[in-house]
Design a protein around this ligand. Structure first.
Ligand code: OAD
Length: 418
């Protein structure tokens, strides 16, 4: 997804070329750019107990101070070891009370949802049937207004409610239950965090959600819920407003649209007080989301669980003085840890070190069993003969979270169960 102007406050890493700019619309950019809120998305810092300072200025000052070493003590090293074990020991200490997770499409691939940029399997490599001018056009608001059909055809395949959250989603639920989760910032629109039991207040859905939809016509903006939209999409119809017949668009953030105001209102306070940042399943290629890694205090450890390293400072950015991307390997590395591999396995490994592994496995088993039981019940009671896939799981945040009946859990699509 690209096409909009850049924003954000630092080098979230990645390479990829796109324009750096000044708005807060999603863009693929490696450049540090402005983080001024979009119109109508002023940070409600006071309400959130955060600073009322201009976030751009604050970030710039921190970056300069850190880079030039002006007026700042060298950052404290709080990890006794730059490894998953070191992270686990830190999490068990008194100092780790607030964890922020930043997640992307890689945490949902085990649920059968493709990510965007993985070569061969990623969404952007598999859109030829839609005959788009360029892959990201499918999520471009200007293109969508002219040609909504490709997006809705794709949505039929991607719509939440067909799939089960992964081990990684339930690991975040466990963090919440342990009182450690300050917030989960997600780029995903599949709502699996909600299905896994995170509540709206636990979440910042930075790129929106399928949960609600609105009529595109500015004078109407009538709201629709997911089930209404799903019914249209599964009938292969472009959803049209009952009131004015304009196209109804799910509330996911397209290129060319602003991020939700909640993103800007919460990030200042959350990222000032976070004790540990856990980044999972993201290429950190899209701003302003990617720049969040640079917003944590200088001593805050950052753990990346991903197939490959992402979010590192590149030489150009370091030269420009924006060297606050992640540093896993240099001899100056002091707080960043990369665990490379599958997100679910990384979460299980961390859970193991924390003594939570059995609890996590039991949570996944119980929740998946409840989702299966609910799907089976709906399949049985259905007389319409509709697509049973459309009824798998629930995207309303309640899915699978009825108390488990103890029914045996169906294996996930990829055959992987912890
Ligand atoms: P990407 O597809 O860019 O990156 C996914 C990352 O997860 C890659 O680094 C993969 O190697 C990794 N990955 C995939 N499966 C994994 C697994 N099972 N375990 C570990 N790592 C895995 O997806 P995002 O970073 O989420 O924008 O993309 C960000 C944004 O770009 C999306 O939100 C979307 C897109 O254009 C908007 O919707 C605005």
């Amino acid at each position: 997804m690209s096409g909009a102007d850049g924003n954000g406050g630092g080098n979230g890493g990645g390479s990829g070329g796109a324009e750096a700019g000044g708005s807060l619309r999603p863009s693929v950019t490696p450049r540090p750019t402005s983080a001024a809120p979009p119109p109508g998305a002023e940070p409600d810092a006071e309400a959130e107990g955060g600073s009322t300072e201009d976030p751009d200025m604050e970030l710039l000052r921190n970056l300069l101070a850190r880079t030039l070493g002006l007026g700042t003590e060298p950052p404290e090293r709080v990890l006794d070891e730059l490894s998953l074990t070191g992270i686990a020991r830190f999490m068990q200490s008194e100092r780790c009370r607030r964890v922020v997770c930043m997640v992307g499409a890689g945490i949902s691939t085990a649920a059968g949802i493709p990510d965007f940029r993985s070569p061969g399997t990623g969404l952007y490599a598999n859109l030829s049937r839609y005959e788009l001018p360029y892959p990201e056009a499918i999520f471009d608001i200007s293109y969508f207004k002219q040609h909504p059909e490709p997006f809705f055809a794709l949505a039929k395949e991607l719509l939440p409610g067909q799939l089960k959250p992964t081990v990684c989603h339930y690991f975040m639920r466990l963090l919440k239950e342990k009182g450690l989760l300050l917030r989960c910032y997600t780029q995903n629109i599949d709502t699996l965090e909600r299905v896994a039991g995170l509540q709206p207040e636990d979440l910042v859905e930075a790129h929106g959600t399928f949960q609600t939809a609105h009529c595109l016509r500015s004078s109407c903006r009538h709201q629709y819920d997911l089930s209404w939209v799903k019914e249209k999409i599964f009938s292969s119809l472009v959803p049209k407003c009952d009131k004015c017949q304009s196209v109804v668009k799910p509330d996911i953030v397209f290129f060319g649209e602003n991020l939700p105001s909640r993103f800007f209102s919460l990030l200042q306070s959350d990222f000032q007080k976070v004790d540990l940042l856990i980044i999972m399943g993201t290429s950190l290629q899209v701003q302003p989301f990617a720049s969040l890694v640079s917003r944590v205090p200088a001593s805050t450890p950052r753990l990346l669980i991903n197939k490959e390293k992402t979010g590192q400072s590149d030489a150009f950015m370091s030269l420009m003085g924006f060297g606050c991307g992640m540093d896993f390997d240099s001899d100056k590395a002091y707080r960043d840890v990369a665990w490379l591999g599958d997100c679910d396995e990384g979460c299980l490994a961390l859970a193991d070190l924390l003594g939570w592994k059995k609890e996590l496995q039991e949570l996944v088993r119980k929740e998946h069993a409840a989702i299966d039981a609910m799907a089976a019940q709906e399949d049985t009671s259905s007389t319409s003969g509709g697509d049973p896939k459309s009824r798998r799981g629930r995207a309303d945040g309640s899915g699978g979270r009825t108390e488990s009946s103890g029914a045996s859990s169906k294996r996930q699509a990829d055959g992987k169960e912890p």
